[in-house]
Design a protein around this ligand. Structure first.
Ligand code: DX5
Ligand code: ZN
Length: 216
């Protein structure tokens, strides 16, 4: 199903009030929970791991989209699926055997996504595009919320869309980093199916209204 989906990033939530923020997403027009896992090795920041994932799973009533920014993700994907991940995305740059990892995620019953850093060209996906359920294009360098959107992303969305159509792939295109109410419509128009939004949602005065605005 191709539509406009919004995935608020839990990374920008208030961890002292995590349950409250999860309930807000449950009640809002948001479609997915985006869960950013960072290991301090693949990216220069550490976010959270299984205990927080467990809390999200306990309270979230929507699809859980896990973005692994970790080295050797294949070691941990099964545990994230056991903790309720509906989709697990791994970085192209972190996977020596990407094809094997994508198939492993799907064999364990979850959807599988591949993530590209801003400097990684779309053509590297040529031989995996028919296998993946989602392509996540980073529109900032991964590691931190609240960064500035990289404009070259529009070009990459169009190239990814072309690759998907040429290969009759059913993969969705997700955009992550610096998404806000100013660029959301343009990103959907360029071919994005899912937009991740952290700060735009959680730092706004009315997060539920912002989620609605991101969809139009
Ligand atoms: C960045 C993360 C993003 C981040 C987005 O490494 O993958 O998901 O939380 O945050 P904003 O929307 O604030 O750029
Ligand atoms: Zn992310």
């Amino acid at each position: 199903m191709k539509t406009k989906l919004i995935a608020p990033s839990v990374l920008a939530a208030d961890f002292g009030n995590l349950q409250r923020d999860i309930e807000m997403i449950n009640q809002s027009a948001a479609d997915w929970f985006h869960v950013d896992v960072m290991d301090g090795r693949f990216v220069p920041n550490i976010s959270f791991g299984f205990p927080v994932m467990k809390t999200i799973h306990q309270h979230a009533k929507k699809f859980i989209d896990v973005h692994l920014m970790i080295v050797e993700p294949e070691k941990y994907v099964e545990e994230f699926i056991n903790y309720g991940a509906d989709l697990v995305s791994v970085h192209y740059e972190a996977c020596t055997h990407l094809h094997r990892t994508i198939n492993f995620i799907q064999d364990k019953g979850a959807k599988a996504g591949v993530v590209l850093n801003p400097s990684t060209p779309v053509w590297v996906l040529e031989d995996i595009i028919t296998e993946v359920d989602l392509v996540l294009l980073m529109s900032v360098n991964p590691g931190f919320g609240g960064q500035k959107f990289i404009e070259n992303t529009y070009k990459k969305i169009r190239e990814t869309k072309e690759l998907i159509l040429e290969n009759n792939s059913t993969a969705l295109i997700e955009i992550d980093g610096g998404v806000n109410t100013e660029n959301a419509a343009k990103l959907f128009d360029a071919g994005a199916d899912v937009l991740v939004a952290g700060n735009a949602v959680f730092a706004s005065e009315n997060p539920e209204r912002t989620i609605e605005l991101l969809k139009v």
